[in-house]
Design a protein around this ligand. Structure first.
Ligand code: AMP
Length: 216
C-alpha cells in the first residue's frame, strides 16, 4: 500500500506512520527524520536545511523533492510506503505525482489527521527527547518518572529546538499557509479521507486503518 499521512506538526503522524508501516510491511519515510539524520552527519543537505528547520519554515522544494524521490524510487519502497511530512507543498505533491506516474505506482490513499492548533501546540512544546536513546516523553501525556530525566538511561532530556514555543507557532503558520492546500489537492484526486486527530493514539490509529480499508 502507498499511503500519505497529512496533518499539522504534532498531529501524531510520526507515531502513527511507524505503526502503520510495520503492520502494512511498508517502509516509513519521514522527511523530518531524514533531514535530522542529514544534520547529524553534517552533510551538505543537512547544513543547508538547518537554518530553515530551526526557524520553523520549510526547506526548499527542489532539495526535498530530490531527497524523497530518490528513496521512493528505490527498491526498499517497491513493496509500499507510508509518507510522513512529505509532501508539504503543492509543488512537492505535483513532483511526487509525476514520479509515481512514471513508476506506475500511484498513491492509494491520503489520510488527513485534523487536530486543533491548541492541542498540537501543547503536544509539541511539552515534548522532551532523550539525546542518547531517542525516547520521547511529554509533560502532559506521558511524563518521565523523574522530571527532566530519561526513564531508560537516566540521561538529561532535551527539547528539540523547533519545539520551542515561538518556533511551534511559526510551524503552525507555515502548515496553514503551505500544507493545508494539499487537502483540497488530494480531495480533487479522489484519494482523501479526513479523520479527527484530537483523540487518544489508539483511537486515531483505528480511524486511519478504517480509512485505508475504505471504511473511513
Ligand atoms: P517534521 O519533523 O516533519 O515536523 O519536520 C521538521 C522540519 O523539517 C520542518 O519544520 C521543516 O523545516 C523540515 N521539513 C520536513 N519535511 C519537509 C518537507 N516536506 N518540505 C520542506 N521542509 C520539510
Amino acid at each position: 500500500m502507498r499511503l500519505v499521512l497529512l496533518g499539522p506538526p504534532g498531529a501524531g503522524k510520526g507515531t502513527q506512520s511507524s505503526r502503520l508501516a510495520t503492520e502494512l510491511r511498508a517502509v516509513h519515510l519521514s522527511s523530518g527524520d531524514i533531514l535530522r539524520a542529514e544534520r547529524k552527519s553534517q552533510t551538505e543537505l543537512g547544513k543547508l536545511a538547518q537554518t530553515f528547520m530551526d526557524a520553523g519554515s520549510l526547506v526548499p522544494d527542489d532539495l526535498i523533492l530530490r531527497m524523497m524521490i530518490c528513496r521512493i524510487s528505490g527498491p526498499e519502497a517497491s513493496g509500499g510506503f507510508v509518507l510522513d511530512g512529505f509532501p508539504r507543498t503543492i509543488p512537492q505533491a505535483e513532483g511526487l505525482d509525476e514520479r509515481l506516474a512514471m513508476l506506475k505506482r500511484p498513491i492509494d490513499r491520503v489520510v488527513s489527521i485534523n487536530a486543533d492548533d491548541s492541542v498540537v501546540s501543547r503536544r509539541l512544546t511539552g515534548r522532551w527527547t532523550c539525546p542518547k536513546d531517542s525516547s520521547v516523553f511529554n509533560e502532559s501525556y506521558s511524563p518521565p518518572r523523574r522530571a527532566g530525566v530519561c526513564d531508560l538511561c537516566g540521561t538529561a532530556l532535551v527539547r528539540r529546538k523547533d519545539d520551542e514555543p515561538q518556533v511551534v507557532s511559526q510551524r503552525l503558520t507555515t502548515y496553514h499557509a503551505e500544507t493545508r492546500p494539499l487537502i483540497d489537492y488530494y480531495r480533487g484526486r479522489g484519494v482523501l479521507t479526513s479523520i479527527d486527530g484530537n483523540a487518544e493514539i489508539d483511537d486515531v490509529y483505528a480511524r486511519i486503518v478504517a480509512a485505508c480499508r475504505g471504511n473511513g
